[in-house]
Design a protein around this ligand. Structure first.
Ligand code: COA
Length: 903
């Protein structure tokens, strides 16, 4: 199966700085001949730079380069692209171990493709692979005049040291990612992705292939939608059996067109799609929208066809939306592209929208028209074989026409990448996600508390929390958020004023405000006095301001203007429930008047929402020259919407947070322990001694002590540590120790320690499981402090989830544990600690001293780093951890780590 474009370091498509693409993968023995030809095609100078000789290296050398069997020794990555009908190597790079930590790198790029970022992409890929195979540094030697290579090293952003001697330059790169190196590569990918999607949204010429003569058919409707909505470029119909369709001259094939087209919309039967894509590549098409269904969504055979389609698309350097999609739209007046089969052409506006369901996409477009929501672009992503939501986010990030992003998502292709991108994009443009379906991380048999508690949907919830995404629960929510974000200013705070003509709706609205984290404050005396000057005595002047049933248009106008101009609130919700039918239109006028007056004179623009509860006038819109006021038929939705938006504003105002670096980690020891355990025993828990050594290598604080294999050794160890001590069964196979009498607390003498050892051994012997005993762990008796726990579980699609909560027995009874996805920034860690219900215990409660929150935070950050660096760690539980009073750190009393082979 060809790789998906978001896949890990082994293979996948990359986008060059000119927007074209190439396939990057590890060289295999079968690539030797093509690699040899590539080396022969290189200029003598390029060969000299790569191989220190202008002559072509012998076939034996090339064969070694193509041998991926021992990645701890060497690996070669090649970049491929189809040229003149043949798949050609256009660049290659290799690393070779100099020692277990350092590898030499060398690379060469086709002379004609210099300057497109391919060298840097290769280096990045090699660096990722090298890290995975235990290297921490890359080393290169090049001719000092090889300026291009030097630039590649410098632009990687990896910390670099260089040393020039004679005509040669030695370069050493550290593979520990720094914040700077991560930012550099993100920048490159973002720019390149946006460039590659440009022809999709801004084509000069479009062909509909499979335009059909039957007016009800999809092919006919596609052509009609494109040609009748004022597309600003040229549009062509392709059908071998017709001369004209819908009054448009028709061509038998792409090859017969008078000019090349940038975008092809494909609606031919599924068996014809592959050959049509060949035609597209041959005639210079740059982007495809494949409407045709019958691919991965229909089962194994369709999946195979989709794999072949994707392979062609990648090899030809095309970009493709779909297959099995409903099309794309761009409302830009200079483009007006409707490449869908609906004739609806939405209002131009600032909302970009993507839907994973075609049918829902149709409904979304219809609703946006009904609600007068202005769209910038719309993409039905279909099977997401090539263009993914991650690509679209990066495109919209740079798209000046887009200010708000709406996503209907059923599954995340690469959630970790999504998290990275969304976290960045959300800082400038709000992302609203309606997520259907649930994750299944909690379904597997749970061997640790962390795994048991990582129930359904926690990963998605954590993802949204950490990335500032506004989660819509329903379609209605999604549109309400879209309207609020695109049509109104963002609130500067969370204080809401409510104006109403009836008590009931106002109470419901105020309750919904508070439940959504908003504040409905009492108004200042100045505001109350002013309201009293024009409202009847029966009116309520605090907040909500109840104008009572007799409210007239002028009172609405004045109350609205008064509240919007006051400093008491950051946002306003105006409610109106119909009293008599004849009042409705004048009241609407009064509301408009109040808003316009405040907009003309108030110093700060505050968001306004309307609850218009008038059955006979449900479609009313409050639209002025410059703005539309989001209007809802019930009082709670404006409150909930405003609450989510205010939460987003708060998230955005927080600093971005950093993933901290630690300089006291011994990652090679950690990797070695996991590797050795896997080699010796396969998947499973580490032994107590391995667990302790691993945590020590991460500088994660453990109480003194160790594993003793005899009663006497245990007694001596206890004496060294100092009494009282704890003696616990050390076993990587018997996980629940207390139940089998494996834990002896508060032992005060050597005799007691010996006795504890013997009792544990006797009990295991009785159960015929003595061989499971590695020995006993002897550690000091820890007391005091707040019992918490921390752990990690791998979500099948989200990667590591870090959990934190109250520890010990509380975990089982209360389940007060929250999760975050990795990597954790220091703000994520701080927020995670504060998100549990039991946080008050850590602040000190009823005479109990507080816990060392800083120490816990550091522990969580070290855990995050550990599980990010060592994917072989699949589950981890530190429970309980005693959080000692501030400044005294924390003590991990029990630790379990499970390793597994990476799939
Ligand atoms: N090049 C150009 N035109 C071609 C062609 C080719 N290689 N092969 C066929 N055609 C023409 C046909 O002549 C026909 O035109 P005509 O009606 O004037 O004769 C037209 O393309 C369509 O072919 P047809 O045989 O009618 O195909 P179809 O009934 O299978 O419909 C699709 C084509 C794409 C609509 C259909 O296969 C499909 O996938 N439908 C589902 C689409 C969908 O639901 N997508 C997801 C939405 S969310």
């Amino acid at each position: 199966m060809p790789p998906s474009r978001d896949e890990g370091p082994d293979s996948g498509q990359v986008v060059l700085s000119d927007g074209s693409t190439a396939l990057l993968r590890i060289a295999q023995p079968s690539d030797a001949d093509e690699l040899q030809r590539f080396v022969e095609r290189l200029s003598p100078e390029a060969r000299r730079h790569r191989f220190f000789s202008e002559t072509t290296p012998p076939a034996e050398v090339i064969r070694t380069l193509c041998d991926p069997s021992d990645p701890r020794r060497s690996l070669t990555v090649i970049a491929l692209r189809r040229q003149d009908g043949t798949l050609r190597v256009i660049a290659s790079g290799s690393y070779h171990a100099r020692d277990p930590h350092q590898a030499e790198v060398a690379m060469a790029v086709d002379d004609r493709l210099h300057g497109h970022g391919l060298g840097t992409l290769l280096l990045e890929r090699l660096a990722l692979l090298a890290v995975r195979h235990g290297f921490t540094r890359l080393w290169a030697i090049t001719h000092a005049d090889n300026v291009a290579m030097r630039e590649v090293f410098a632009s990687s952003g990896l910390p670099m040291e260089e040393h020039v001697e004679g005509g040669d330059m030695e370069v050493e790169l550290s593979l520990t990612p720094t914040d700077h190196s991560v930012r550099q590569s993100e920048w490159r990918e973002r720019i390149a992705t946006a460039a590659s999607l440009h022809p999709l949204f801004h084509p000069q010429a479009v062909a509909v292939i499979g335009a059909s003569r039957a007016p009800q058919s999809i092919g006919y409707r596609l052509l009609d939608a494109l040609s009748s909505n004022g597309f600003c470029g040229r549009c062509y119909a392709i059908n071998p059996h017709a001369a004209t369709i819908a009054g448009i001259h028709t061509y038998p094939s792409l090859r017969a067109l008078p000019e090349p087209v940038d975008l092809a919309v494909i609606a031919v039967p599924k068996d014809a799609v592959l050959s049509v894509v060949d035609d597209c590549a041959a005639t210079g098409v740059r982007a495809l929208v494949v409407i045709t269904a019958g691919f991965a969504e229909v089962g194994a055979e369709g999946r195979r066809l989709q794999d072949q389609l994707l392979e062609k698309v990648r090899q030809q350097g095309l970009r493709m939306v779909g297959p099995n999609c409903f099309g794309i739209l761009n409302t830009d007046p200079a483009v007006r592209l409707n490449a869908t089969f609906t004739s609806t052409f939405p209002l131009a506006g600032s909302i970009a929208m993507s839907s994973q369901s075609g049918a829902l996409g149709l409904a979304l477009l219809a609703a946006s028209e009904r609600l007068q929501l202005g769209l910038s672009t719309f993409v039905s992503v279909g099977n997401k074989a090539d263009v993914s939501v991650n690509d679209l986010l990066q495109y919209w990030e740079n798209d000046p026409a887009t200010n708000v992003i709406l996503l209907y998502v059923e599954s995340f292709g690469n959630p970790r990448r999504f998290a990275q991108i969304a976290r960045r994009v959300s800082r400038n443009k709000p992302i609203v996600v309606l997520k259907a379906g649930r994750t299944s991380s909690g379904k597997r048999a749970a061997g640790s508390h962390t795994a048991a508690l990582a129930a359904n949907d926690v990963a998605v919830e954590a993802l949204f929390q950490q990335t500032g995404i506004l989660r819509a629960e329903t379609l209605e929510d999604m549109f309400a958020l879209a309207a609020g974000l695109s049509d109104q200013p963002l609130p500067k705070g969370n204080r809401v004023g409510i104006i109403t003509n009836a008590g009931g709706p106002a109470i419901l609205c105020a309750d919904a405000c508070e439940a959504s984290g908003l504040d409905v404050p009492e108004l200042s005396q100045a505001t109350v006095t002013h309201l009293a000057s024009f409202l009847p005595p029966a009116a309520a002047l605090r907040n909500p301001v109840d104008l009572i049933a007799s409210a007239d248009p002028e009172q609405y106008a004045q109350a609205i203007a008064t509240l919007l101009k006051s400093d008491d609130i950051d946002a306003l919700i105006v409610l109106y429930i119909a009293v008599t039918a004849t009042d409705v239109a004048p009241i609407a006028e009064g509301i408009k008047k109040g808003i316009l007056e405040a907009r003309a004179t108030a110093p700060v623009n505050k968001p306004i929402y309307i609850g218009w509860m008038v059955e006979t006038d449900r479609e009313r819109r409050f639209s002025f020259v410059n703005e539309t006021i989001p209007t809802f038929a019930l009082p709670e939705l404006p409150a909930r919407t405003l609450g989510k938006i205010a939460g987003y504003v708060q998230w955005r105002e927080r600093p971005a947070g950093m993933v901290p670096d630690f300089d006291d980690l011994d990652l090679s020891t950690v990797t070695r322990i996991c590797h050795d355990a896997l080699t010796a025993r396969g998947d499973g828990w580490l032994t107590t001694a391995e667990t302790r050594a691993l945590l020590n290598a991460m500088s994660i604080p453990l109480p003194p002590g160790g594993v003793a294999t005899s009663a006497e050794e245990a007694a001596l160890l206890a004496e060294q540590i100092g009494f009282p001590v704890v003696v616990k069964l050390a076993s990587h196979t018997l996980v629940h120790k207390t139940e089998i009498g494996g834990v002896h607390l508060n032992l005060n003498t050597k005799v007691e320690v010996r006795h504890a050892f013997e009792q544990i051994a006797a009990r295991l012997a009785q159960d015929q499981s003595l061989e499971a005993m590695e020995g006993v762990l002897v550690q000091p008796m820890v007391s005091g402090g707040v019992e918490v726990m921390a752990g990690m579980v791998q979500d099948p699609s989200f990667g590591p989830l870090i959990g934190f909560g109250l520890g010990g027995i509380h975990v089982e009874i209360l389940g007060d544990v929250r999760f975050r996805i990795t990597p954790l920034t220091e703000l994520d860690a701080a927020d995670l600690i504060r998100s549990i219900k039991g946080y008050r215990l850590l602040q000190g409660y009823r005479g109990h001293p507080p816990g060392d929150v800083d120490a816990i935070q550091e522990l969580l950050l070290r855990l995050s780093r550990l599980v990010e660096e060592v994917p072989e760690i699949v589950e981890l539980d530190l429970n309980p951890i005693f959080a000692m009073p501030p400044g005294q750190g924390c003590r991990i009393v029990d630790a379990r780590i499970r390793v597994g082979k990476i799939a």
